[in-house]
Design a protein around this ligand. Structure first.
Ligand code: AMP
Length: 272
C-alpha cells in the first residue's frame, strides 16, 4: 500500500482517504463522494480495529460484508481498497500507542476509556500506510472527528481533515453499521435519540436556556421506551467538549444510548 501510494503521488495524484470498519452504508458512501470533491485518487480502508473494542464489547459480532463492501467501493470510483489482516497491523510484539490527553476524557471516552486510544493509534498507522493528502471523517462520530483533527495538528501529520454531515435513514435514525443489530420492535426506541435532539433544537431556537432543561426533555423522550438505557446526554462546547450549563452560543448536544444490547450515538449543533 505504501509503495502504491508513493506511485500515485509521483503521478501527481491527490490522494483522499476514507477509513471505515466496513459493512458500508450511505453514510460511508457520502464520505467517499465528499472525498472525491477534494482529491482525485480515493482510497478506502476496511478494517475492524480490535484495539478500539474493550473486553465484552462487540468485536466478534461486528457485522462484516467484505465482498459487498468491495463492490460498493469500486462503484464509488475508488482507486484502491485497503483491507489489512489483524496480524499485519498488530504483530505480536506491537507496543506503540497514540493517545490524547484531555479530549478523550469526555462523552464516549467516559464509558469507553480505551476506545479513542485504539482509534488514534489505528488512524495514525493508516495515515502512515496510505499517505493521503486528505482524509474524510463523519460528524456522526463528532468526538472522533475533533480528536483526529487535534491529533493531526499536534503530531504535524501533513494531511487535511474534512468533516462530512451525518446521513440519516428516511425516518431520521443516523445510519450506522450497528443498526443491523436492531430488531423491528426496537426501531421506535432507536429513533427516540434523534427525536430528543430535534426537540432540543426546537426548544433552543430563539432563546437562551439552561442545558439541564433540554437534557431533561431528552430523558423523558428516550426513557418512554422500555428497552433504552442512557449512557450520557451532554451539552458541551463544540471545540473543547467541556460542559456548557447555559446555551448562550452554539453548543454540541451529544448522546449515547443503549437500545437492548446495541449502543447508539448521535449529536446535533444547538444554535440559540
Ligand atoms: P465506521 O465504519 O463506523 O468506523 O465509520 C467510518 C466513517 O464513517 C467514520 O468517519 C464515521 O464517522 C463515518 N460515518 C458513520 N456513519 C455515518 C453517517 N450516518 N453519516 C456520515 N458519516 C458516517
Amino acid at each position: 500500500m505504501q509503495a502504491h501510494s508513493d506511485e500515485m503521488r509521483c503521478l501527481g495524484k491527490k490522494i483522499v482517504f476514507v477509513p471505515t470498519m466496513g459493512f458500508l452504508h450511505e453514510g460511508h458512501l457520502s464520505l467517499m463522494r465528499e472525498g472525491l470533491r477534494h482529491g482525485d485518487y480515493l482510497v478506502v480502508s476496511i478494517f475492524v480495529n480490535p484495539t478500539q473494542f474493550a473486553q465484552g464489547e462487540d468485536l466478534d459480532s461486528y457485522p462484516r460484508s467484505l465482498e459487498r463492501d468491495l463492490e460498493l467501493v469500486e462503484k464509488e470510483g475508488a482507486g484502491a481498497a485497503f483491507t489489512p489482516r489483524e496480524n499485519e497491523l498488530y504483530p505480536e510484539d506491537f507496543q506503540t500507542y497514540v493517545s490524547l490527553e484531555s479530549l478523550p476524557r469526555h462523552l464516549c471516552g467516559i464509558s469507553r476509556p480505551t476506545f479513542f486510544r485504539g482509534v488514534t493509534t489505528v488512524v495514525s498507522k493508516l495515515f502512515n500506510i496510505v499517505k493521503p493528502h486528505i482524509a474524510v471523517f463523519g460528524e456522526k462520530d463528532y468526538q472522533q472527528l475533533i480528536i483526529i483533527r487535534r491529533m493531526v495538528r499536534d503530531m504535524n501529520f501533513d494531511i487535511g481533515i474534512v468533516g462530512a454531515p451525518t446521513i440519516r435513514e428516511p425516518d431520521g435514525l443516523a445510519m450506522s453499521s450497528r443498526n443491523a443489530y436492531l430488531t423491528k420492535a426496537q426501531r421506535p426506541a432507536a429513533l427516540s435519540l434523534y427525536k430528543s435532539l430535534l426537540k432540543a433544537k426546537t426548544i433552543v431556537q430563539s432563546r437562551i436556556i439552561k442545558a439541564a432543561r433540554v437534557i431533561d426533555e431528552a430523558k423523558i423522550i428516550i426513557t418512554a421506551h422500555a428497552e433504552t438505557d442512557i449512557d450520557y446526554i451532554n451539552v458541551c462546547d463544540p471545540r473543547t467538549l467541556d460542559d456548557m450549563p447555559i446555551i448562550d452560543r452554539p453548543a454540541l448536544m451529544a448522546l449515547a444510548v443503549r437500545v437492548g444490547k446495541t449502543r447508539l450515538i448521535d449529536n446535533v449543533l444547538l444554535v440559540p
